[in-house]
Write a protein that binds this ligand. Structure first.
Ligand code: NAD
Length: 335
């Protein structure tokens, strides 16, 4: 069993912990948190050993009646791999801690690419992370774009991708985020950081991205145009994308007209926290105009990187190849 520690038990960390626990070849050593909030209370209730991430604040857990198993250093020492799911920028500060104990670590997409030796997407570049000590699992949007572009590159070749990302203002729990009544070009200048981030997975890809922020919390939406090196029919592209395990091609007859119903469908499926681990791609939107492909896809920012973290654990421990790992992860989660 691969022993996994999780540092930062928020939106991403708690989902990764549950996904790791569901794997046949992994166990959760424990999770580390800074404060005794509701997520700390739930972590203990779910049976995770809870470690204090900051020594000076460790007594707050006891004051709140929450038992801890020790300090984060002990978690790092006891783990084969650490998943750092702390807020952007903190992961880079934590790298020294992981190095001190010689524990390989995964970082999240909020970190700069240079936090790690390699950026990772299971479908895009699994092999690049094999045996690496420090790996960054790319952000939710970059994950969604990499999953889409990988099969298009392999099957047809991509001359250029142009993507407009309509981004949720904040996650449902991020009460301080916005806008609450506006549409923001964000960033106003081009390109947004997403294009260069996708190039950390496909270094030779020609891609331009534009970003907006809107008053929504459920998901992001991508309006995609990819100029291919071939002229397949829309049906051929649809068949190709339907063969991708982490792309859910939404059938027209489902009547899913937006992110609200897509999330509702995930809840009806009994998905934990209503998570949509796959890209939600509207089958009907797939259109070819000559060599130009157009489509819409929705990305569940809180969960699409979760199976990717699981696969990255297998990559750094060299315990499976890409196909084996993706299949094991998918089977365990129910993707
Ligand atoms: P979050 O704020 O929900 O969770 C972060 C957790 O880390 C919180 O529980 C916080 O208390 C804790 N924390 C803060 N400082 C810490 C420290 N020094 N040591 C240990 N724990 C600490 O954040 P999140 O949304 O889960 O984001 C985590 C990372 O994942 C970021 O890099 C983010 O960019 C990335 N990410 C987020 C999303 C998303 O939409 N939420 C999607 C993909 C990637």
């Amino acid at each position: 069993m691969i022993r996994v520690g999780i540092n930062g038990y928020g939106t991403i960390g708690k989902r990764v912990a549950d996904a790791v626990r569901d794997q046949p070849d992994m166990e959760v050593v424990g999770v580390a948190k800074t404060r005794p909030n509701f997520e700390a209370e739930r972590a203990v209730a779910r049976g995770y050993d809870l470690y204090a991430a900051i020594e000076d604040r460790a007594s707050r857990f006891a004051d709140a009646g929450i038992e801890t198993a020790g300090l984060v250093d002990e978690l790092v020492a006891a783990s084969d791999v650490m998943v750092d799911a702390t807020p952007s920028g903190i992961g880079a500060e934590n790298r020294e801690l992981y190095e001190e104990y010689d524990t390989p670590a995964l970082y999240q997409g909020g970190e700069d690419a240079d936090v790690a030796d390699v950026s990772f997407n299971a479908r895009g570049n699994f092999d690049d992370a094999t045996g690496a000590d420090h790996v960054r699992v790319v952000s939710c949007n970059t994950t969604g774009l990499s999953r889409l572009l990988a099969p298009l590159r392999e099957e047809y070749g991509v001359e250029k991708a142009r993507v407009t990302l309509v981004r949720r203002g904040g996650d449902p729990g991020q009460t301080s985020r916005g806008p609450i009544d506006d549409i923001l070009p964000n960033p106003i200048t081009l390109p947004s950081h997403h294009g260069p981030d996708v190039q950390t997975i496909f270094s030779d890809l020609d891609i331009d991205t534009l970003g907006l922020k809107v008053p929504a919390t459920l998901m992001h939406m991508h309006s995609v145009n990819v100029t291919l090196d071939a002229e397949p029919s829309a049906d051929e592209v649809r068949d190709l994308l339907e063969g991708e395990s982490r792309i859910f091609c939404i059938p027209p007859e489902f009547g899913i007209d937006g992110t609200g119903k897509l999330k509702e469908y995930a809840k009806d499926l009994g998905r934990p926290r209503g998570d949509v681990w796959e890209n939600g791609l509207w089958s009907e939107s797939i259109t070819m105009e000559g060599d130009d492909l157009y489509l819409f896809q929705a990305i569940h920012q809180e969960s699409d990187v979760v199976p990717e973290n699981v696969d990255a654990i297998r990559a750094v421990t060299e315990s499976a190849d890409a196909a084996e790992s993706i299949e094991t992860t998918n089977d365990a989660l129910g993707i």
